[in-house]
Write a protein that binds this ligand. Structure first.
Ligand SMILES: [Zn+2]
Length: 186
């Protein structure tokens, strides 16, 4: 059976998707941190004509840090789902904002996503954000694929007849209630 190999391939793809999305978010956050960048980002948010001007500083200050937290959460498997929810929610908000201001109102504005080198807000911004959502969902969905029962859930090593509850290949302690080897239970 190729179960072990295909599950490993899915895990690797999941990690790759998570790393690509997280790297983009970290890069985007980096371009918006620092007093000059924050001021610039506040102007870009104002240009969207969605938030009243007196409120634009709030997202200008907090958005980059939220992006960093979400990116970090996405990278680690234990917090990947929470990170994916945060990132998808942010991307949906960004898509809605670009759709409203650039497409519906027809404003000629910078998207502001990555700070100074941001492109023009428009269909390309939306396309990129949709691609990021797809990669984010893949990072969660592919990681949910389990190794067959009786195999280590971390590396896929066959644990039939293993009684220690610890994988000899990777040292992973098997989760409580995870059937190790159905055949050994009396
Ligand atoms: Zn293992």
């Amino acid at each position: 059976m190729n179960d072990r190999r295909s599950t490993s391939a899915m895990r690797i793809t999941s990690h790759l998707c998570a790393v690509v999305v997280a790297a983009f978010f970290l890069y985007a956050a980096y371009g918006k941190i620092g007093s000059n960048n924050t001021r610039q980002f506040a102007v870009e948010i104002k240009n969207y004509k969605i938030l009243p001007e007196r409120y634009v500083n709030v997202p200008a200050i907090f958005m980059p840090w939220l992006e960093i937290v979400a990116a970090a959460a996405l990278i680690f498997p234990r917090t990947r789902l929470a990170g994916a929810v945060l990132i998808s929610a942010m991307l949906l908000v960004f898509i809605a904002a670009v759709g409203y201001s650039a497409l519906y109102l027809g404003l000629d504005i910078s998207c502001g996503c990555t700070g100074k080198d941001s492109g023009q807000a428009g269909w390309s911004t939306i396309g990129r954000n949709v691609a990021l959502i797809v990669a984010t969902l893949l990072s969660v969905w592919l990681f949910r694929h389990r190794f067959p029962i009786g195999n280590c859930q971390k590396c896929g090593y066959n644990l039939t007849s293993n009684v220690s509850g610890r994988c000899p290949e990777c040292g992973n302690e098997q989760e409580q209630g995870e059937p190790l080897a159905a055949s050994t239970s009396a």
